[in-house]
Design a protein around this ligand. Structure first.
Ligand code: URA
Length: 421
């Protein structure tokens, strides 16, 4: 087989055979197909698409590039959630212990933030002592003992995707539905979960800017999961504004703990409960997440889960050295609070990273004092910016220019849960 033949097939809009896909994914993982050849192929896929059979073959080839995890030794059913990423999306933190408290086993392999979207591992690493890297045996130990584990994927899980995703990131080929769907689902299928709920975000702060594109991505992923024997459902949820009242690592951990303590912002609580019910239902587990929040059992699992990974759930969280208050320029209804603008501001404050190897500032971020649709008074605090270094405020304020509108055209925010697939 020859890489140029495979590239030309897709460049000319023809279907790739199973043999071509198996060969090119394997040869790329082994370094036989060069980065420049794979980037040409990724661009041809982005421009000409792939049909359902090609996407399924591509996903299976990426799964076969590494090992699959096996949880059959656990005494209960596994169920997981994956979000396509957004601003202030801390849902995994309260959700995993909540589902575990209801009888599910949650093997949650998570990622780090890149660009304006946050990453679950960065958030949890703001807890003193907490460790993201676990061996397979340690992961099984934490999962068996507490019912939930949140950690980094090992090197052996879909290595083809690891290599290809880094290449797509620098070649303008991330925004392809077949490539995103196969990337996410190869990792989730290899992770070995029995049931999976996909939270596909829609809006300015998400990969998918429109409901139509999000629906297409969700449908593709649900088909891939179902074909692979994973009971898979997807929710399309709003990411036109940030989720909750905090954006930034330690700030989001504190908000998640509030939710586990029975408080927290209503949108975070509503989405956490909805996703918990979906995860339990997909796994065929009869549980009551509302009660598990109320009676403290979800909080108990959280504390055990954090402790099992070296963290101290009682330790004070890092706090940024500098703060700056942003006040409402006028009185009226907050008609727009743009997720991308707020995410970009948090990133510039130090909560996110520009390159994979950059450190993040755990205390940096944005605390929102008003939610979309609320009435504010002129001069009232709208948000507080947190940074380790006051020189970051100027660029963060520039990111917020136009990101909030008072008494503007109320074009209608997206409902929190837009659709279920
Ligand atoms: N997340 C992934 O894991 N892969 C993509 O392609 C996009 C988002």
């Amino acid at each position: 087989m020859d890489a140029v033949d495979v590239i030309v097939t897709k460049r000319d809009g023809r279907e790739l055979s199973t043999g071509q896909i198996d060969w090119v994914v394997d040869a790329y993982t082994r370094g036989v197909v060069a980065d420049e050849q794979m980037s040409a192929l990724a661009m041809a896929i982005l421009l000409n698409g792939m049909n359902r059979g090609e996407i399924a073959d591509w996903t299976q080839a990426m799964i076969r590039s590494g090992s699959r995890m096996d949880w059959s030794g656990l005494p209960g059913r596994t169920t997981d959630k994956h979000s396509t990423g957004g601003v202030g999306d801390k849902i995994t933190l309260p959700l995993a212990p909540l589902v575990a408290a209801c009888g599910g086993y949650v093997p949650q392999l998570s990622g780090r933030g890149l660009g304006h979207t946050g990453g679950t591992l960065d958030k949890l690493e703001s807890i003193p002592g907490w460790r993201a890297s676990l061996s397979g045996a340690e992961m099984l130990g934490v999962l068996g003992e507490t019912g939930a584990v949140i950690c980094a994927a090992g090197e052996g899980l879909a290595p083809a995707d690891r290599k290809l995703y880094a290449l797509r990131d620098v070649t303008g080929t991330v925004e392809s539905i077949p490539l995103i769907a196969s990337s996410i689902m190869s990792k989730k299928i290899a992770e070995g979960t029995g049931a999976l709920v996909l939270d596909v975000k829609v809006g300015s702060g998400a990969f998918m800017k429109t409901v139509e594109r999000a629906r297409e991505l969700a449908t593709t992923m649900v088909e891939l999961g179902t074909d692979a024997g994973v009971r898979t459902v997807a929710l399309l949820t709003a990411m036109d504004r940030p989720l909750g009242r905090t954006v930034g690592n330690a700030l989001e951990v504190a908000e998640s703990v509030e939710v586990l303590a029975g408080g927290g912002p209503s949108d975070v609580v509503e989405l956490t409960l909805r996703l918990a019910n979906e995860m339990l239902q997909a796994a065929g587990i009869d549980g009551d997440p509302e009660r598990a929040l109320r009676d403290g059992s979800a909080m108990d699992v959280w504390r055990r889960m954090i402790t099992a990974q070296g963290g101290d759930p009682d330790a004070p969280l890092p706090v940024a050295a500098e703060t700056l208050e942003v006040t409402a320029p006028a009185s009226g209804v907050l008609t727009s609070l743009d997720a991308y603008g707020v995410g970009l501001a948090a990133w510039r404050l130090g909560a996110g990273r520009a390159r994979k190897e950059d450190p993040v500032s755990f205390g940096a971020g944005v605390v929102l004092h008003a939610a979309l649709g609320e009435t504010v008074r002129r001069g009232q605090p709208l948000m507080t910016l947190h940074a380790d270094d006051a020189s970051r405020f100027e660029r963060a304020l520039a990111a917020l220019d136009g990101a909030y509108v008072i008494d503007g055209d109320d074009a209608g925010a997206l409902p929190l849960v837009i659709d279920r697939i």
